[in-house]
Design a protein around this ligand. Sequence first.
Ligand code: PGA
Ligand code: ZN
Length: 435
Amino acid sequence: MIRSIQAAQRLDSRGHPTVQVDLTTDKGTFRATVPSGASTGANEAIELRDKDSSAYGGKGVGKAVSNIELVIGPALVQSGLKVDTHQKMIDCFLNNLDGTHNKSKLGANAILGVSMACARAGAAHLDIPLYEFLRRESGAKKPFVMPVPFFNVLNGGVHSGNKMAFQETMIAPVGASSFTEAVQMGSEVYQQLKKVIVKKFGPSATGVGHEGGFAPPISQPHEALDLLVEAVSLAGYTGRIKFAIDPASSEFFRNGNYDIGFKDDKPNLQSPKQLAELYRSLLQNYPIVLLEDPFAETDWDSWIEFNKNCPIELVGDDLLVTNTKYVQEANDKRACNSMLLKINQIGTISEAIEAANLAYSFDWSVFVSHRSGETTDDFIADLVVGLRAGHIKPGAPCRGERVVKDNRLMEIEAEILAREECIYAGSQFRVASKY
Ligand code: PGA
Ligand code: ZN
């Protein structure tokens, strides 16, 4: 039984306020803290901000906190719903209480915090780990599959102060034999990358962006990839580490064209066709295995065209916003072949699982992701294992709010291996759900 729900305004990794929930049952108190994005999709569930410029520049979440304490908490306690068996009913109850299609009344940040805390409490009541609770909720098969971490080691776009238009350039240790080894490989490359950056640009260029990746004074995608080729080679992992790019292109879509100079002094407009050619040449010249949001969330035609002949994983983030409505539309239109899963884009755990299962039903991949505004909550580590999604975006192997996910995943891997079979997704990360 849920006894009480408390909430508080706390800070995220960027120093902006976010929602923290403490849910108390007869088994104890269970905490969840909510992430927040910077390059958000237009159709994401609504994150409630106070818009009172006298506090936190308008970014306070006091209303969301009081919605939990005054509306959601009392209603959920009164409902008699049980955390161990009623996660879907709880999430449905929260949706009905809000009553809007995008959680704009109570706030997706308020609702998600409660949904996450309920899942944690549910696992504790059943005396099982959170990843096993989420596996049962999702219906995923066993054995457990550990994900490939796609470490975002070079930050650009709206996540950094350099002139790089593309938001994320990632390394994926697909050639590791376990998640724990993948972390070691990622960490070693990250440290080599730092040395390469110092050598090329000096020590002042080693500052990091929102997700812990470096943000040296580069502007072109090939410059980023060349840095990675060198760092991977110095670490001795050539061939065992692949690359991925998330340009987050909705951020630089301007009247039908893409301004890849949007952070530079002068615009550098590319037509969708030219941008597609740029991607194709990068795919030819570098070991890239995944491309996310190469086109803007409204530019469906370019997605559809690119997906006609796409040899790699093509992930919809802003395009799909973890929402079954857009996942269905994208499958109908053959616009992509993978869904990025961000829990706060949709606002409840059950709906995020439902979106993942719909994506799987189309033989798509599912890529679980953090946000640029993170917290030390490690929920998504359990989620990626519970969903058997095979890959995760945890940020760089650096900074507390990022590495807490890696550390939890190493702990999960050791815990499962001590008891039963556990596979590392490796080069099969796209089809992990089908093992
Ligand atoms: P965001 O960035 O959390 O700022 O939206 C992450 C992404 O675009 O994948
Ligand atoms: Zn993205």
